[in-house]
Design a protein around this ligand. Structure first.
Ligand SMILES: [Zn+2]
Length: 111
């Protein structure tokens, strides 16, 4: 993938995430002015909503970081070992910051 394609995909992901985040946070006037038809559903689902927000926020940070790397000319390099992140992995996950091995290690570390 060339830089322009990567940027377009990342920016598309960012837009989608922003939209989901604003839906999840109820970032609309409809909730605040009390006219929301599904206001109760938001409350009973609050744990699930929080979990989804958490995932979306983390994903958003990863996409932003990838855009930054693209700008710095470091895109496609593993942030841990500096090796090349395989093209196929970037196609599937354009925001991937690590090669497969380092990602597995990082996830083990987090648990
Ligand atoms: Zn690596």
């Amino acid at each position: 993938m060339d830089d322009a394609t990567v940027r377009r995909r990342l920016e598309g992901m960012l837009q989608e995430l922003d939209r989901s985040i604003s839906v999840l946070t109820g970032d609309g006037t409809d909730l605040r002015d009390g006219s929301a038809a599904d206001g109760g559903a938001h409350l009973s689902d609050s744990d699930r909503t929080r979990a989804m927000l958490d995932v979306a926020a983390r994903q958003r940070a990863a996409v932003l970081a990838a855009l930054k790397r693209l700008e710095d000319g470091r895109y496609g390099r593993c942030i841990d070992c500096g090796g090349t992140v395989p093209e196929g992995r970037l196609e599937a996950r354009p925001e991937a910051a690590r090669c497969v091995q380092c990602q597995a290690r990082a996830e083990r570390r987090r648990r």
